[in-house]
Design a protein around this ligand. Sequence first.
Ligand code: GLA
Ligand code: ZN
Length: 677
Amino acid sequence: MFEPKFFWHGADYNFEQWLDYPNVLTRDIELMKAARCNVMSIGIFSWAMLEPVEGEYEFGWMDGLMDRLAENEIGAILATPSAAKPAWMSQSYPEIRLVDEYGRRHPHHLRHNHCPTSPIYRQKVRQINTLLAERYRDHPALMMWHVSNEYGNQNCRCELCLQAFREWLQMRYGSLDAVNKAWWTAFWSHRYTDWSQIEPVDPSVHGLMLDWMRFVSDQVLDFYLAEKEPLQEITPNVPVTTNFMWPNVGLDYWTFASHVDVISWDSYPRWHSEIEDWRLAADTAFFHDLHRSYQQRPFLLMESTPSVTNWQGVSRPKRPGMHVLASLQAVAHGANSVQYFQWRQSRGGAEKFHGAVVSHAGREQTRTFQEVTAVGELLARLGPVLESVNQADVAIIYDLQNEWALDMAQLPRNKDKNYQERCLAHYRQFWQQGVTVDIINSNFTEFSNYKLVVAPMLYLLQEGVAEWLCEYVQAGGTLVTTYLTGVVNQSDLVFMGGSPGPLKDLLGIWVEETDVLFDHHQQTIQLTNKTLSGANYPVKHYADIVHSQGAEVFAVYEQDFYAGSPAITVNQFGKGRAYYLAARYDDGFLTDFYGWLAKMLGLKTAIVHPLPRGVTAQVRTKDTEKFIFLLNFEPIPQTIKLDVPAAVDALSEQVITDAFTIAGYGFRILKLARGIV
Ligand code: GLA
Ligand code: ZN
């Protein structure tokens, strides 16, 4: 198990771009020390510089870099170079280049575009990885393997990949007949009579496309495992990671998670954009929590920008304070590192205007360099936080396969399906209350510790999921579900008997039909008791018309032909309760509903309640202490009142008993003895 001894602080260092500049390394090391950096990710895109001609290697520059880093007590996160292949290789071995859905083999260009099946590419990767591992196995700088870079959905449709897909299907289904049944291929005469007819190019056969996405994810995982093999054999004690990115890139990171020693990910929120910063902060927090939840352990922030990106529509420089705040946000949610893309800004190529710790100006007297240094100094003082963990009472199910299926589904209302956005909307309510949340996928099995599980729009139910949800509620858990739940099985076949499919008993309802609303349509609900203070909460987009079969009616619709029918139900099931929010509700309702539920269930909140808008409190706990990160994502100062008599400032050790103010884009870290809520 990977447990760093100190917070890591560093960046991607693309030294291979600077081999003709003899003074750069000396200057960079000086600057790295000034910025309190202690790790660098190196070698990520350096294959052409390591093996300029097939079979001829130049490791000299890498040796020098590793030595200089070690001499200066800076660790190396050494990358394998498979994310970008050398031109000679693309030329000599065309099969390694990806083929698109129109059968076109890509030219040698860009990066992240190899065929994941090609035996030649796998062999070449194995060779270079073996050489790297053998050469640096005992090098004092080597701290971790950074395998490839941001694996994505390598949607290669070459003959090798198609063949592998057909074999994958044979393993999964056994017979073509079973495939035809699972994919409902009598529709539009899609029946297959030979495996060779199966091509993943038909968006009208949902089962096919869903399986293709699953296959690609498995194939990329298989490629990763092949990359990892020589590293593990030669350096069994060096931890291995690969950097994840935005969740829906077509990879099932939950399966990857059990094959990395630590989760690492790359986070690039668009601060100061058309979305208010506090909202974006809540969304970013969701993704940090997701990456912590993959292994239920602290993770590494492998990349973030120290200033701006250059691939987003508009990327504004972070306002003063924001860099430190955003970095601490990652830590608050479980990161044990803050790392950047990139250390030194390139002179040429597509990323020459992407932000870097060292800009083209080459100086340390820049705002960016100073804020990066401030992060380095802070991390050095936060040592005691390192061994702490985030403990959640609440889990939100955000399920990737469900997202794939929903994206494909052609529904009566296709506009604004917004699955991910709805998961974020539910999450924001907890973030604003300072309640810690895990983000899990639907077949996550360690659910018994949660007091509340929220599953928005769980349209596709994989095998076993209905059973665990029932078991969870039966044992006393509380479950919140919504419209568009339990509609299809894992092959994307609709449950006979209608929705919510196998969750009918658990929820105590059945769905007759669904009304969909244009934006100008009006529908509201009325609560059947006075549980929540508001009234006439509006409905948007979707409204299921449901019948109770034992569930208590919590709210009813007020308009249209289904006025008076249930809009929210709650069903007692075993020792627990399961809610069904039959329609889509706005933030006003969600705030009242989850505020009430949090009180009812006694959810752990941080020590401040209520938090001013835009301030969150995130807690990391260890044996004897709790660290409470209060983060203000509004540009204005905000006042905080404690719910406990006293707390200690974790940085200054000052005892705090009164209300205090946090500056705009500011923070405060408090410390409490464990046991005090
Ligand atoms: C990704 C990549 C990096 C770099 C950054 C730019 O995260 O991993 O190599 O391209 O984006 O933001
Ligand atoms: Zn291929």
